[in-house]
Design a protein around this ligand. Structure first.
Ligand SMILES: NC(=O)c1ccc[n+]([C@@H]2O[C@H](COP(=O)([O-])OP(=O)(O)OC[C@H]3O[C@@H](n4cnc5c(N)ncnc54)[C@H](OP(=O)(O)O)[C@@H]3O)[C@@H](O)[C@H]2O)c1
Length: 255
C-alpha cells in the first residue's frame, strides 16, 4: 500500500480478523460515511483477498492486507507495527477475531474448546493490547471490540464461548477506562445472533440480525461516543432482564 495520504486524518481503519463478515460490514458502513484507508489483518490470505476486493468496490481509498494468526502472539507486535506504519498511523482499529466452537455446556472436545479460549481471549486480548498501545502512542483513536451478549451471562449452551467473550469484554472495558485520558476510546460491541458464516446452520435466536445492521449500530456508536453498544439496540434491555433472572429459571434456557 502506498504511504501517500489518500484520505484525511481520522479515516484510517485497521481490521484485526480482516475477513470477518461483521468487520467488513463495519468498514463498508464507515466508507458510506466518508473515504477510509483500510488495512485488513487476518490469517487466511485467500479470505483476506476476497474481503479486500469487496471493499475496493465499495470505497475509493486503498485497501491493503497483512497475514497474522491470532494464535501467533509472538508476531503480534511486529505485524501491528507494520499495519500502523503502512497507513501512517490508525484512527480506528476493529477487533473482529473470534470463533464460536462447539455448542453445549461441557465440551466433548476439550482440546478444541481450549484452543477457542486461546483464540478468543489470549490471541484477541494480545491484539487488543498491542493495538491499544499503538493508538495511545500515536495520540489516540478508537478501538472497536467485537464482544457478544454471551459475555453478559454465559448460558449452559455456550459456556466456553461465553466465558471467552466475558474475558475479552472485561479486558476491553478495563483498558477503555485506563486509556480514556490518553485519547483512546474503546467501544465494546455486544451483538446477539448475527446471520454470518459463524452462525450458518444454527437456529436463529430471538432478535437475530444481519452484519449491515450491526455495522450501523457500531458507526453510530463511534459518532456518539458510546462505550458499549448492543446490536440490535433492544438487546440492551432484554439482557438487563436476562442478567437478573434467578438461577433455577436461567438454567432452564437450553439454547
Ligand atoms: N455472528 C454472530 O452471531 C456473532 C454474535 C456476537 C459476536 N460475534 C463476534 O463478532 C466477531 C466477528 O464474527 P463474524 O460473525 O463476522 O464471523 P466470521 O466471519 O467467522 O469472523 C470471524 C473472524 O475471526 C477470524 N479468526 C478466527 N480464528 C482466527 C485466528 N486464529 N487468527 C486470526 N483470525 C482468526 C476469522 O478468520 P478466517 O477467515 O481465517 O476464519 C474471521 O475473520 C467475532 O469475534 C464473533 O465472536 C459474532
Amino acid at each position: 500500500m502506498s504511504t501517500t495520504r489518500a484520505v484525511s486524518p481520522g479515516k484510517r481503519v485497521i481490521v484485526l480478523g480482516g475477513s470477518s463478515e461483521i468487520g467488513v460490514a463495519i468498514v463498508r458502513e464507515l466508507q458510506s460515511r466518508g473515504p477510509r484507508e483500510v488495512m485488513l489483518v487476518g490469517r487466511d490470505p485467500a479470505a483476506l483477498a476476497v474481503a479486500a476486493e469487496e471493499l475496493r468496490g465499495s470505497g475509493s481509498a486503498p485497501v491493503g492486507t497483512l497475514e497474522l494468526d491470532a494464535l501467533d502472539t509472538e508476531r503480534h507486535e511486529e505485524v501491528l507495527g507494520q499495519a500502523f506504519a503502512e497507513l501512517g498511523g490508525a484512527d480506528i482499529v476493529i477487533l473482529a477475531v473470534g470463533v464460536l466452537g462447539e455448542r453445549g455446556g461441557l465440551p466433548s472436545d476439550v482440546a478444541s474448546a481450549s484452543e477457542l479460549l486461546r483464540v478468543n481471549v489470549v490471541g484477541a486480548g494480545s491484539l487488543l493490547m498491542h493495538a491499544a498501545r499503538r493508538l495511545r502512542d500515536g495520540g489516540g483513536g478508537a478501538l472497536v471490540v467485537l464482544s457478544s451478549v454471551a459475555a453478559e451471562r454465559p448460558r449452559r449452551a455456550n459456556a466456553v464461548y461465553g466465558a471467552s467473550k466475558a474475558g475479552l469484554d472485561a479486558l476491553a472495558r478495563g483498558l477503555g477506562d485506563d486509556l480514556h485520558d490518553a485519547g483512546v476510546r474503546v467501544l465494546v460491541v455486544r451483538p446477539g445472533f448475527v446471520r454470518t458464516r459463524m452462525t450458518h446452520g444454527l437456529e436463529p435466536a430471538p432478535l437475530s440480525t444481519d452484519p449491515g445492521s450491526v455495522a450501523r449500530v457500531v458507526a453510530d456508536g463511534l459518532d456518539s461516543g458510546a462505550r458499549v453498544v448492543w446490536a440490535p439496540p433492544a438487546l440492551r434491555w432484554l439482557m438487563l432482564v436476562v442478567r437478573m433472572l434467578p438461577g433455577p429459571l436461567f438454567r432452564r434456557l437450553k439454547q
